[in-house]
Design a protein around this ligand. Structure first.
Ligand SMILES: *Cc1c(COP(=O)(O)O)cnc(C)c1O
Length: 418
């Protein structure tokens, strides 16, 4: 019997070495087992920690009203949805939620998905394809990038928030169908896109604008109605050239996502989005929990007020606490507060130092963030108390003071990271 060549040397044998290489460059991720405790505390691998890593910005993920709505719904609808929404249909809970979502963001129509990642990788190829052009902010979320690649349209990546570069790229493109894609609140930096300016460029160049509001929905705008409402671009001011996408596993505290816009656009997406058509519908119990969540988001203004107070407290505290350190707090006004450290190993050491003090703040490293901008991604939530913030500020100030000075080159790179 002949020995197959793969038995002597197979690429499959390289995986242990490839994993070891991740270890060596401090890029290997370790997954913890976590369980919510009270407030913003998490049981992390059995140890109680004060967590600053959650996108549950309003503290709704464990709210009893949501839990109860999910349980009631499970009793009525069961736990599984059993098929694609276009094969056997979707539940009345899902149908009701779509109407509630459209009304909440004040746009004509909404389509509810089981996940945000699946939404973006599906809707972009449904909108544009080969011969068309996509214009993408350099700091866009991975699923916008992946959706753009899947579409086979030509991708023009413009420098973060560089409207002049975007204008020039749009003007130069001969494509008839142009799609501009952008996060509304950038997920690693926390800054807010200038949506009105993006829309003005799209109008000038007959482009469609897709806005991903994963981190603005529930938090920005009157009653948390999102980034379009924040900029006065919903309701009577809504533009048919804007497609609004938001996720429901962050401030809304549950899971899933939706896309909203003109009736024609949403109908087209329902017909053509492969990640919608060829996937099992979201279970009704999630839609029911989300319905309860929307009511709390609109009603509980105190959650947003409290969150804003915490953001201001953290920024003030660190402005003093980090004096003389090379660590840089990003210019964010949102719940995402990036603390740039620079090197992967130093960001990991900072994370470890916090962990020893019972604080859980994740280090974000390349490829999630640009090379040389490893950081602590501090995420605040209405579930935090002022004392929680003070504890974090105190620990970070100590760690920054103890961190040996970076090389001049590393410090310059960090100061010029934009
Ligand atoms: C989290 C996130 C997503 C993905 O949403 P999921 O529902 O978690 O799949 C999409 N876009 C942005 C900007 C995000 O931060």
């Amino acid at each position: 019997m002949a020995i197959h060549p793969s038995l002597t040397s197979s690429w499959l044998d390289e995986f242990p070495a490839r994993i070891a290489a991740l270890d060596q460059s401090h890029l290997r991720r370790h997954r913890r087992v976590v369980q919510p405790e009270s407030g913003a505390r998490l049981l992390v691998d059995g140890q109680s920690m004060l967590a600053f890593c959650s996108n549950d910005y309003l503290g709704l993920a464990t709210h009893p009203a949501l839990v109860e709505a999910a349980c009631d719904s499970a009793h009525r609808f069961g736990v599984g949805s059993a098929s694609s929404p276009l094969v056997s249909g979707h539940s009345s809970a899902n149908e009701t939620l779509e109407h509630a979502l459209a009304a909440f963001v004040d746009l004509p129509r909404a389509l509810y998905f089981y996940a945000g990642y699946a939404t973006n990788i599906g809707i972009i190829p449904a909108l544009v394809g080969s011969g068309d052009a996509i214009f993408s902010d350099a700091l866009n979320h991975a699923c916008l990038i992946d959706g753009a690649r899947l579409s086979r349209a030509q991708i023009h990546r413009y420098a973060h928030s560089d409207l002049a570069a975007l204008d020039a790229a749009l003007a130069q493109s001969p494509a008839r169908r142009k799609l501009v894609i952008s996060d509304a609140v950038f997920s690693m930096d926390g800054d807010i896109a200038d949506v009105p300016a993006l829309l003005a460029l799209c109008e000038r160049h007959d482009a469609l604008l897709l806005i991903d509001d994963a981190h603005g929905f529930g938090v920005l705008g009157p009653q948390g109605r999102g980034s379009l409402a924040h900029f006065g671009l919903s309701g009577a001011q809504a533009s048919p050239r804007v497609l609004y996408m938001a996720t429901l596993g962050k401030a809304a505290g549950v899971a899933g996502a939706f896309v909203a816009g003109s009736d024609a656009l949403v109908e087209w997406l329902l017909q053509k989005t492969r990640s919608y058509i060829f996937a099992t519908a979201a279970p009704a119990l999630l839609a029911s929990a989300l319905h309860a969540s929307l009511q709390l988001i609109a009603k509980d203004e105190w959650r947003r007020v409290h969150l804003q107070k915490l953001i201001a407290r953290l920024r003030q505290g660190l402005a003093t606490g980090l004096k003389g350190s090379t660590w840089q707090l990003g210019a964010s006004r949102t719940a995402i507060q990036p603390l740039l450290i620079g090197r992967n190993d130093e960001a990991l050491a900072a994370m470890e130092g916090l962990r020893e003090r019972g604080l859980w703040v994740p280090a974000s490293r390349p490829p999630t963030v640009p090379e040389g901008t490893a950081r602590l991604r501090i995420a605040l939530s209405a579930a935090h108390t002022e004392a929680d913030i003070d504890q974090l500020v105190h620990a970070l100030s100590e760690l920054a003071a103890a961190c040996r000075p970076a090389t001049a080159a590393a410090r310059d790179a960090l100061l010029n990271w934009r």
